[in-house]
Ligand binder design. Structure first.
Ligand code: ACM
Length: 526
């Protein structure tokens, strides 16, 4: 009798344990679509309580013979194949079949904007609809995140590949959701930039601002001024060999980004941050003498000679060649920290440069200091440091990009123990990066003034992709959500839960993210 009771107790414990394990598993694999672990969080999710399973029979179908949609379908197929082992075909059948489909189609529904998409997931298949291809591309990122994390791995993984059924309706809060990469202080080559573009695309970021010139280097070939890259491109912070993009390489980056619905905004910083140009050409200096190359990290010591006519010939040539390779509307002219340019020279300089940019069919972006001058009607001001500058821009009816250093600079240390980065704008924890709203941060900068936000990564202390990932992830994911998800649907505690779960996906992607929350340790102590 005793033995029976004992066996009975063991059985009960076994059943309880099994149910705990099953509950734990079913938290990972829920049929409730509203519980899907998505970042950025979609605007609207409705659950239908079942599962669609991606199998070797599933194919991607395109509504018409539309090359752009076929390319998007192929992008998805390429993302799925390493881990699933499926050779998911992209077929332009015109109609969706009865089952086993991911169907991409344009619905000509303009009301939610160009990046909006709708996903209908049934047991038979997935329909992704959007007004524009870019909306489909954003929706494809959601499909990736709806699949188990291991779909991101580069090696074959066991299924099943299930997605909860239901409907997602989604569109961004801001049209400008950007990252900035400084390829000057340390050079990042074409493959590095493409790799970063792919990461940005995953989080529905739609702009990459490339900081292409500074005191320590000139990183873009300008055929009419070849010494810029020959001399100015030859070094970087710490004295490394630097590097530059040929025009062919730059076009390759722009094309790669365009195919991911990411616009490249090139920056030529001026009149300060120009030592590399001043070291390349004597005539750009007021005293007619070349500067020495510079590999330190000071700022504010260099300036183009704003009174010389050749300076404007130089800028015109650079902007002309750059504009011809740039598919986006904007050229960023920097304008920050020009401490060596007297304000009475700075103001007419920025006025002239705005004219030059417009004469080449582009619009101007600049750091917040450019608001000291009269802004052209389309000029956009990037608020990074001085709120009075942003307010001056708003007085002139200019639109603002939010990039406040103490919330958005990805080169700021997380805390005082972070081995990389700086802290002149403060420490920026994962929570600091997420837990704020663009339109209440600065009194006077309101929603109607803001076109979006940008996460800059300056690279004084960042020398390779591993270090880049450590500083960027996971803070940029929070920024991506601020840019996409309505503020009233965001909440730090709920987000942190989601982000903690999302670290499994970061691990599957092989991202060297900053472990703000040591999940492994928590699991070990359980
Ligand atoms: C800046 O960080 N100097 C724009």
């Amino acid at each position: 009798m005793k033995q029976i009771t004992r066996n009975f107790s063991i059985s009960i414990i076994a059943v309880l344990l099994l149910s705990v394990i099953l509950t734990a598993c079913s938290q990972e694999k829920t049929s409730d679509l509203t519980k899907a672990n998505l970042i950025p969080k979609p605007v609207l999710i409705e659950s239908a309580g079942g599962f669609f399973t991606l199998t070797e029979h599933t194919n991607i179908y395109i509504q018409d013979e539309n090359q752009e949609l076929i390319r998007i379908g192929q992008y998805l197929s390429d993302k799925l194949s390493p881990a699933t082992g499926f050779k998911t075909k992209v077929l332009s059948s015109g109609k969706k079949p009865k089952s086993d489909y991911i169907f991409l189609s344009l619905n000509n529904d303009t009301k939610l904007g160009n990046e909006a998409y709708e996903l209908y997931i049934t047991k038979k298949g997935v329909v992704l609809e959007a007004n524009k291809p870019e909306g489909l591309f954003r929706g494809v990122q959601t499909i990736r995140q709806l699949l188990p994390e291991k779909v991101e791995m580069k090696t074959l993984q066991p299924g099943p590949w299930e997605i909860a059924t239901g409907k997602i309706t989604d569109y961004p809060t801001y049209g400008y959701r950007s990252a900035m990469l400084d390829v000057v202080r340390h050079f990042f080559d074409v493959d590095d930039v493409k790799y970063y573009i792919d990461l940005l695309a995953t989080y529905k970021i739609n702009t990459l601002h490339l900081h292409l010139s500074d005191d320590q280097g000139w990183r873009i070939e300008i055929k009419s001024w070849p010494e810029l890259t020959k001399i100015g491109g030859s070094t970087e912070v710490g004295g490394g060999e630097g590097g530059f993009f040929t025009q062919e390489q730059y076009k390759e980056i722009v094309h790669y980004a365009d195919e991911r619905y990411i616009t490249i905004i090139p920056e030529i910083d001026m009149p300060g941050h120009t030592n590399a140009a001043l070291a390349s050409y004597a005539e750009l200096n007021c005293d007619g003498k070349k500067k020495e190359l510079y590999t330190g990290t000071d700022v504010g010591f260099s300036t183009l000679c704003t009174k010389k006519e050749i300076t404007y010939q130089f800028i015109d040539d650079v902007i002309r060649e750059l504009s011809a390779m740039t598919t986006g509307d904007y050229i960023h002219i920097g304008g920050d920290e020009s401490h060596s340019t007297p304000i009475e020279d700075y103001i007419p300089f920025i006025l002239k440069v705005q004219d030059i940019v417009e004469s080449h069919g582009k619009k101007v972006m600049g750091w917040d200091e450019i608001a000291h001058t009269q802004l052209k009607p389309n000029t956009i001001v990037e608020y990074w440091a001085i709120k009075e500058n942003a307010l001056k821009a708003i007085e002139q009816d200019a639109k603002i990009i939010m990039a406040p250093g103490h919330k958005m600079y990805l080169d700021m240390q997380y805390d005082s123990t972070t081995p990389l980065g700086l802290h002149w704008a403060g420490y920026v924890s994962v929570k600091d990066a997420y837990n704020w709203d663009t339109d209440t941060l600065v009194p006077g900068i309101t929603k109607k003034d803001i076109i979006g936000l940008e996460s800059p990564l300056w690279t004084e202390t960042i020398t390779n992709l591993d270090e880049l990932e450590y500083m960027v992830f996971p803070r940029i994911i929070g920024h991506a959500e601020i840019g996409w998800t309505p503020a009233n649907q965001r909440n730090w505690d709920e987000y942190e839960e989601r982000l903690r779960k999302h670290t499994k996906r970061l691990e599957a992607m092989g991202i060297n993210y900053y472990r703000w929350y040591d999940i492994q340790k928590e699991n070990e102590t359980k």
